[in-house]
Write a protein that binds this ligand. Structure first.
Ligand code: SF4
Length: 152
């Protein structure tokens, strides 16, 4: 069983109420090979929601309470992101997950780079909060841009 970001399977859980559905990911779910998670919903945030970005580092710093996550209005949303990451990890443990395919660039799910906290579409290197926690627990992180190399 692998874990996938729910928006990649077509669930309308993205901040703007949309999704990033991909046929190949939906197929994995239909075949019973993948479990869906949306860390931001699991953390208690509504959909749609005000977009958020990480300031001061990346998800690893947020988990260490050195960085924080703010929304576009400047409100501190860090606790929701940490709760979402912890709930996602619980699901990963329940299913014995070793691999996750996560949405690139998300402040929760991004595994290589994330938006830089200025809400100007600029990217910085680093992981989202959930990606950082899953990685810390030995889960292989893939995203919608590279999973095909590993799944063949
Ligand atoms: Fe939810 Fe992650 Fe998709 Fe954002 S990127 S909508 S947190 S599953």
């Amino acid at each position: 069983m692998i874990m996938v970001s729910a928006c990649l399977a077509g669930l309308n859980c993205r901040y703007d109420g949309g999704n990033n559905g991909l046929e190949e990911i939906e197929k994995l779910v239909k075949e019973g090979k993948a479990v869906l998670v949306c860390p931001e919903q699991l953390g208690g945030m509504p959909t749609p929601r005000i977009p958020c970005e990480i300031v001061h580092g990346d998800g690893a710093e947020v988990l260490e309470r050195k960085g924080k996550v703010i929304n576009r209005n400047g409100e501190d949303m860090t606790i929701y992101f940490i709760k979402g990451a912890e709930e996602t990890l619980k699901i990963a443990k329940l299913y014995g997950i070793r691999t996750a395919i996560l949405k690139a660039r998300s402040p929760s799910c991004g595994k290589k780079c994330i938006y830089d906290g200025t809400f100007s579409k600029k990217l910085k290197k680093g992981e989202g909060v959930t990606a950082a926690l899953l990685k810390k627990h030995g889960i292989l992180l893939l995203d919608e841009e590279d999973f095909r190399e590993y799944m063949e």
